[in-house]
Design a protein around this ligand. Sequence first.
Ligand SMILES: [Zn+2]
Length: 428
Amino acid sequence: MPEIVIVVEVDVQGRTLGEVEADLMSKVRAALAPPLQAALEAVAAEVEPGTCPGCGRQRRRRGMERRTVVGLFGILELRRQRVECRNCESTGYPADEVLGLEPGERYSLGVAEMALFSATDISYAKSAGTMKYLLDVGISHGQIHRLAQKEGALIQAEWERLRRQVFELGDRQILAQLEAGAAVKDLVIVQADGTFVNDRAADKMEAKAGIVYSRKVQISKGRTWISDKRTYSGVEEMKVFGEKLALVAAQQGAFKAKQLWFVSDGDANLRRLRETNFPTAIYFLDLWHLQDRLGSALGDEGRGQLGGLLTLAVNGDVDGMIEILADAWAAAGQDDQRRQLLGEVITYIDNNRDGIHNYAKHGGQGSGAIEKTIDIAIGRRLKNKGMSWYRAGADHILALRTLKQNRTWSPYWAARRSRTSLLEALAA
Ligand SMILES: [Zn+2]
């Protein structure tokens, strides 16, 4: 069993802690790579050629080859066997398989994890600078970008596989398994919204996010913390997004909760998403969007009516609201612009009847939680000044950011290292 033992000599006498630390750090780093490389080569030397994954025949040794891995402890040059199957002529590297070194990947998983941990919050270029400064690991911004695409695609592929099984192959058993672990909650709330991100290939694309939560905890006056919030976000069609959000919701026990609420800004696509994927949910139109829409339709001269309209809204009296707005429309006479705005807000209210009706029983509801999530999950990384993205690139970085938001970052990387189920880690 190869061991890694290093001895470093560091002078402590008469030196500051700062000096000792700096000295120790560089010496430990420099001392680690050679014995680590030797230990890995010793493991590699013991690995048997094994059988061919294609045809099951015994493989034969075909000589040594070198492979370079940029790891957390420096650059490792590993010599390991190449093997070949005589039957189907396939070749392989059994030591790579044992050590979990992915074909063609130059960076260790540790390097990937550290680089992406910062790249989810700061630009790829800054992340590369951080890697160099903090860990003395040389990796370019282009390589971190590539790693982000690779990991983001892995995460999205897990969700996509699950989505296909449930929504395209109709495997409801999987949905039941997802739900099985969740507690029966009194109330689960789902909110969804979208935001436009600059598209490098076209003009704009919509990034979407949804949250699922069940409890609000008051942490101090006026500040609440949503304790079990789960976020899903991606750049994809509304149908696919809605189905994935439903999977996250199922995992949180949304469909077996005593009550399920859905809050959105009244957008037609989100209303359809609610009807399709959350048919049992009680729908609420975000009260602040309603107030905004009413305010701009009424204009300065009509602003006096806003309070009365909102009182009718919280009482769930949609017909009463439409009556007042229809009178205002009639009174607007020749003011075509005013008439148009009033006509639009009447349609908006009519389309969101249920979302207003339900205020009467449960109180007015706001979508502040999803708006904050959109800003944190999407805005702060994707919408900085001068930024534009390719669709896949935006989707992948969102998948990685969401890991952090959901506190599944560490379980995800632990699963990557041990090659266990990523989906279990994502659902942790
Ligand atoms: Zn073979």
